[in-house]
Design a protein. Structure first.
Length: 267
């Protein structure tokens, strides 16, 4: 390792806050399964027990950010949202999942990794703390950890969904420019679409309440014209969000095909 690298270790949450304040330009790291190289000044939070937990509530699951993906997979799948469990299971291999953490996946820089779409679709909520404040941020509004704050909890709602679809795009086990994840959730009531959530994440993230509301309340089965109109709106949104980014064209086609396929599952 280059002599220019400096690695510090935190033993508790309060220790993290102290070192963030005391060490200039330090960056928090944990499993480092995605890092091609370490930051020049790193603060390892790997072994902090108060950030490694899972707690089941009546309608949600709370996870500590340092819980490993393998530890999540040890939970009874029937207690977790299927799109979340399947997404975790699709990541890399057992050896990597033994090291990789939940926070590491959703806080990755420059790319939205596999768990970003399911957590966004499920309306997960992040708890962030600094020395004096605790704030709560919906996953739909998350871009990065604010300066001086630390991610301390991820709350994942556990609801029943009649249609629940997760698809991972691109090659297995690794993240490339062709990688992305897609989630579709829907419920019906008395022959109408009562709830729908669509999320896409990869080179950028996509979730739009405005788009979802355009079809909410529609009678089932959906008419071909209604599906076509929705896909047209989805394509416009995709193009708007990907404008200026170097996104492979194949991801656009795959996204729209998955939207069409998912809508056609509604009966």
């Amino acid at each position: 390792m280059s002599k220019n690298y400096q690695i510090y270790y935190a033993n508790s949450l309060s220790d993290i806050f102290y070192q963030l304040k005391s060490i200039n330009a330090v960056e928090i790291v944990s499993g480092c399964t995605q890092n091609k190289k370490l930051p020049e000044i790193s603060l390892c939070v790997r072994n902090i027990k108060e950030l490694n937990f899972s707690v089941k509530h009546e309608r949600s699951f709370d996870f500590g950010p340092e819980i490993t993906l393998s530890e999540i997979l040890k939970i009874d799948p029937s207690k977790l949202p299927s799109v979340f469990y399947e997404a975790v299971k699709s990541i890399a291999n057992t050896n990597i999942r033994n090291i990789a953490t939940l926070a590491g996946n959703i806080c990755a820089k420059e790319y939205r990794h596999t768990l970003f779409a399911p957590l966004t679709a499920l309306d997960a909520r992040l708890e962030l703390k600094n020395e004096t404040q605790t704030v709560y941020l919906p996953m739909t509004k998350f871009t990065k950890i604010p300066e001086s704050f630390v991610l301390t909890k991820i709350s994942v709602p556990v609801n029943e969904w009649e249609v629940s679809i997760f698809k991972r795009l691109g090659p297995s086990h690794i993240i490339t420019e062709n990688s992305a994840s897609f989630v579709f959730l829907a419920n019906t009531l008395k022959g109408q679409l009562s709830d729908i959530k669509i999320a896409f994440a990869g080179p950028f993230s996509l979730r739009s309440l405005e788009l979802e509301n355009t079809i909410l309340g529609a009678y089932l089965p959906l008419k071909d014209s209604a599906i076509a109109d929705f896909i047209e709106n989805a394509s416009k949104l995709y193009d708007e969000l990907s404008d200026g980014l170097n996104v492979p064209q194949v991801l656009r086609s795959q996204f729209l095909n998955l939207v069409k396929f998912s809508l056609e599952q509604l009966t």
